[in-house]
Ligand binder design. Sequence first.
Ligand SMILES: C[S@@+](CC[C@H](N)C(=O)[O-])C[C@H]1O[C@@H](n2cnc3c(N)ncnc32)[C@H](O)[C@@H]1O
Length: 254
Amino acid sequence: MNAAPQGGVPGTRPEGIRDEGEAAAHVREMFGRIAPRYDLLNHLLSLDIDKVWRHRVAKRFSAILRDPRARVLDLCCGTGDLALAFRKEEPDGAEIVGSDFVPEMLVRARAKAGAGGANIEFVEADALALPFDDSSFDLVSCSFGFRNLANYERGLREIFRVLKPGGVVAILEFAEPRGKLFGGVYRFYFRRVLPRLGALISGNGSAYTYLPNSVSKFPLPETLQAQFVRAGYEDARFERWTGGIVTLHTARKR
Ligand SMILES: C[S@@+](CC[C@H](N)C(=O)[O-])C[C@H]1O[C@@H](n2cnc3c(N)ncnc32)[C@H](O)[C@@H]1O
């Protein structure tokens, strides 16, 4: 069951934190601390399925990625894996920019892009106050970052602002699978096993308790879809992947 009061979730609120500023500071500090082990844990805890999901997003938007006149922004890019999957999909295509507000993540993203000869610009920026012009991107993506924003509505509006008319947003986020059997097994793994493994390897227990907690409080796909519409998007859709472990949300700016 998703414990979120439907329609009434302003943004992430880690345990014991009440306001937006504090939530953002907590998230920033937490990701700064886990950055050195972030990639290892990501791949290990997801059994490498995270790579398949990013590849699938890249395939979905290959037409935009192929266009050398297109501009793509990967928000909350972390260590850059989605931006790198985009570049791998179309090595000579669109201009790709990755942004994140944690410098420790960006250092790793730049090193990976440099090592692979991938032409991607990485910029330090808060997703709720982007340093980009209105109507400047054809695609804005965000994998596993949106849930961590302190204000979802503001996040959607800021993405809308930087999208060109006709531009598309794609948000990939964790969700809780609904089926009784698979849902039960998954919840056991996600709530009991993953936090212990995460704590052991990253040395940061709270970050991997925060993960399942934030997913259970995150709006249901139907609720987020309605938020897209309220923020002015058209053609807001979502699809569940891998038994509902993740959801891809897409929408368009008219
Ligand atoms: C779970 S990681 C996801 C990273 C990457 N997109 C991936 O697929 O692995 C979430 C990222 O969101 C970033 N983040 C959270 N809130 C942010 C904000 N308000 N502005 C910019 N980045 C933010 C964190 O710093 C972190 O790197």
